[in-house]
Design a protein around this ligand. Structure first.
Ligand SMILES: Cc1cc2nc3c(=O)[nH]c(=O)nc-3n(C[C@H](O)[C@H](O)[C@H](O)COP(=O)(O)OP(=O)(O)OC[C@H]3O[C@@H](n4cnc5c(N)ncnc54)[C@H](O)[C@@H]3O)c2cc1C
Length: 657
């Protein structure tokens, strides 16, 4: 995080933009206050970053609101991982590979064994994000994130746990917000794996709505007394250390809590059956007068517990995208042998366009996830807050994985997808759950949109709203002289902005040297991002204070903007990549974005490109999945001879049962 921050202001006690807008729009005080609390937490996270790294100066924001997209901010570079850190990574991969080959990753309950967790601790896996001073390896995030992809190619759950522990668990909160004393007390044990950690935010009454938290910590002497219940907490078992988000004096706060080695009257785990994350623990926690030393409270210089939670979630969201890139590689690697084995109507399905298209599209999704991971992780290391960018990575990664699993992987495997022991059948909930955890996608899409419009709204619309409220004008009419007079001072800056945007030609965005096709996609993304500023502003103008209720429109605009940004990142990533297959996959992905944006039908050229790509992948051309162990083919059978197959009737359609 950047150290130079904006000077403290009195904004802590001021109503936030969202609160003001909702109140002016006639929402109840309670709804305005709750939404305002989230908005204020967001402002406080913002103030932790140097101005040049805050949201208004972030690539996503600038691409829409500035004249000309700052394309260089969307490029990524391959990280240079120091040799000592690479060794920790290679050793960690070796531990998991060895246990996987020996079939000893899971215990008899189907959970990752304690041996695996401890062997990973011994080679430094849990200390990757702990700084060197406290015994970790201080891995730059740009190296950590793609490593999550590597680990996910072996075991997505173990990869996910590195993020639970390092990003959203206790490591990031302590290293970022802890005092020196707290760092010295907690980080060494978190780094060497003596204490693994979890993140405890969600409650039965508070998931999407974080203002509904009820768990409290009340100071009594030298200890906080905690009461309340947490739900859905990944990686929690007795003896873990958790980042507990709770209310202290009615404000969200984070306590670092060392859970006892055994449940007792004050601390209990609530067990339930959960389909997702089945190879690790996910449980509820019930605190009943549970005591925590008062020195365990994290006290950020600005903001509160939500400030701390949001910081870690940013990192977690990029890791989630990186994990999806690894998980989809496993799917793709398992599609190939099956597609080459399965013969229908005398030909392997790998030779059929429909199946080739699926493999080509899967490669496109993988490359886009790689691109977003590299881009976001690089921004975080540079010191950007990156909230909007990390949200894009999270939404895209989770949706890509869901789409890949259901539309591309499941369909290719037919009925076998549903057999016990099949990758899809056994893991379908794993593939879907990322759409929900660390923030459900559509809720995050709205958060993205709010971040995108906040500054524009504050600059141009908030003053108008205040004047309207002061004059009791419900529906402003520019032809009403009284309205025009009241608004003249505050509406002028907006009109100036609008006229400038509408009349001046779209500013040209400077692209680096790129191959022809990817260049045209990058240009498309830039041009349309620039056009979105007026479209978004018109929408704000149209709905004014009721915009907060137009969720469907906000979600639609948000998604389109996210798609354009992903398209730009993917085109730049593909263009700098030496592998021709990666470039083609980037082209396929960009073409899909363009088609989605314009609503045009795909061209024959696209189908040719994507099916040729899929065909090449079926022949083993996608290097980044080479060496991955495919899932075994279930219900194998003797292949009929070519002569027998030739006798069978050829049908265009599939069999209808
Ligand atoms: C496998 C798994 C692992 C998890 N791990 C953790 C963990 O380690 N730590 C932790 O703290 N939490 C964890 N969670 C919890 C997770 O973060 C929450 O489930 C998630 O944030 C959504 O909250 P919720 O389930 O309470 O949904 P709800 O708040 O009940 O919302 C349900 C849906 O309603 C809609 N909705 C809600 N509010 C609005 C609104 N204002 N406008 C429009 N639509 C709305 C949205 O579509 C939303 O997704 C985990 C969850 C799962 C499934």
């Amino acid at each position: 995080m950047a150290t130079e921050t904006t000077p403290p202001t009195d904004t802590d006690n001021e109503a936030s933009f969202a609160e003001t807008a909702l109140k002016l729009g006639g929402k109840s005080d309670d709804e305005a206050r709750r939404t305002g609390a989230i908005d204020k937490a967001d402002d406080q996270v913002e103030s932790l970053f140097a101005p040049q790294y805050q949201t208004v100066n972030s690539p996503a924001h600038r691409a829409v609101w500035e004249r000309g997209v700052p394309v260089e901010l969307f490029a990524s570079v391959d990280p240079e991982t120091p040799a000592d850190i690479r060794k920790v990574m290679d050793d960690s991969l070796a531990v998991v590979r060895r246990h996987r080959d020996a079939k000893t990753v899971l215990d008899d309950k189907g959970k990752i064994t304690e041996e695996v967790m401890q062997e990973l601790a011994a080679v430094g896996y849990w200390g990757l994000l702990v700084d060197k001073e406290h015994g970790g390896s201080g891995t730059p995030f740009a190296s950590f994130a793609p490593f999550i992809t590597e680990m996910a190619m072996l075991d997505p759950t173990i990869a996910g746990l590195a993020s639970v522990h390092g990003c959203i668990g206790a490591v990031d909160p302590v290293r970022t917000f802890g005092t020196d004393e707290q760092k010295q007390r907690f980080l060494p044990d978190l780094g060497n794996g003596n204490r693994l950690s979890a993140f405890a935010l969600t409650e039965p009454c508070a998931g999407s709505d974080l203002t509904a938290l009820r768990t409290t910590a009340v100071l009594e002497g030298d200890e906080f007394v905690v009461n309340g219940e947490k739900l859905f907490i990944t990686n929690v078992v007795p003896g873990r250390t958790i980042g507990l988000v709770c209310l202290v004096e009615n404000k969200p706060a984070v306590l670092i809590v060392d859970l006892p080695k055994k449940e007792n009257a004050n601390f209990q785990l609530r067990k339930y059956g959960l389909w997702a994350l089945k190879h690790t623990y996910n449980q509820g926690i019930i605190f009943n007068d549970f005591r925590v030393p008062k020195e365990n409270l994290l006290t950020p210089t600005k903001g509160d517990g939500l400030t701390i939670a949001y910081h870690g979630l940013n990192l977690g969201r990029v890791s989630l995208c990186a994990n999806a890139a690894g998980t989809m590689r496993i799917m793709l690697a398992s599609m190939i042998p099956w597609a080459n084995f399965r013969v229908t109507y005398s030909a392997a399905i790998a030779k059929r366009e429909l199946v080739q298209r699926r493999m080509g599209e899967m490669a496109g999704l993988i490359v886009a996830c790689d691109a977003l991971t590299a881009w976001c992780a690089g921004l975080i290391d540079q010191g950007y807050r990156g909230e909007m960018e990390c949200v894009i990575a999270k939404i895209f990664g989770s949706e890509a994985q869901k789409h890949a699993a259901i539309e591309l992987f499941m369909k290719t495997h037919g009925g076998r997808s549903f057999l016990h022991g099949h990758l899809l059948g056994d893991n379908v909930h794993e593939y879907l759950a990322p759409c929900i955890y660390e923030g459900e996608g559509e809720m995050l899409a709205m958060a993205f949109f709010k971040s995108l419009v906040k500054d524009h709204g504050k600059t141009y619309f908030e003053p108008v709203g205040k004047v309207l409220a002061a004059h009791g004008i419900k529906k402003p009419n520019p032809f009403n002289p009284a309205h025009a007079w009241a608004l003249k001072g505050v509406a002028l800056p907006y009109l100036k902005w609008l006229v400038g945007r509408k009349l001046l030609p779209t500013a040209k965005s400077e692209l680096p040297a790129m191959s022809g096709e990817l260049r045209s996609y990058a240009e498309f993304a830039c041009t349309n991002m620039q056009k979105m500023s007026v479209e978004i502003s018109d929408t704000m103008m149209k709905f004014q204070l009721s915009l907060a209720d137009r969720q469907c429109r906000m979600a639609e605009l948000s998604q389109r903007c996210q798609d354009l940004i992903t398209m730009l990142c993917t085109s730049l990533y593909g263009s700098r990549h030496p592998d021709e297959i990666v470039r083609q996959a980037a082209e396929v992905m960009c073409e899909q974005f363009q088609q989605k944006y314009t609503g045009r039908r795909h061209s024959n050229r696209y189908y040719k490109k994507v099916t040729q790509l899929g065909g090449a992948i079926a022949d083993g051309a996608f290097k980044s999945i080479a060496g991955l162990d495919p899932d075994e083919i279930l219900m194998p059978y003797e292949q009929a001879s070519t002569a027998e197959q030739a006798d069978s009737p050829e049908h265009v359609g599939g069999r209808a049962n």
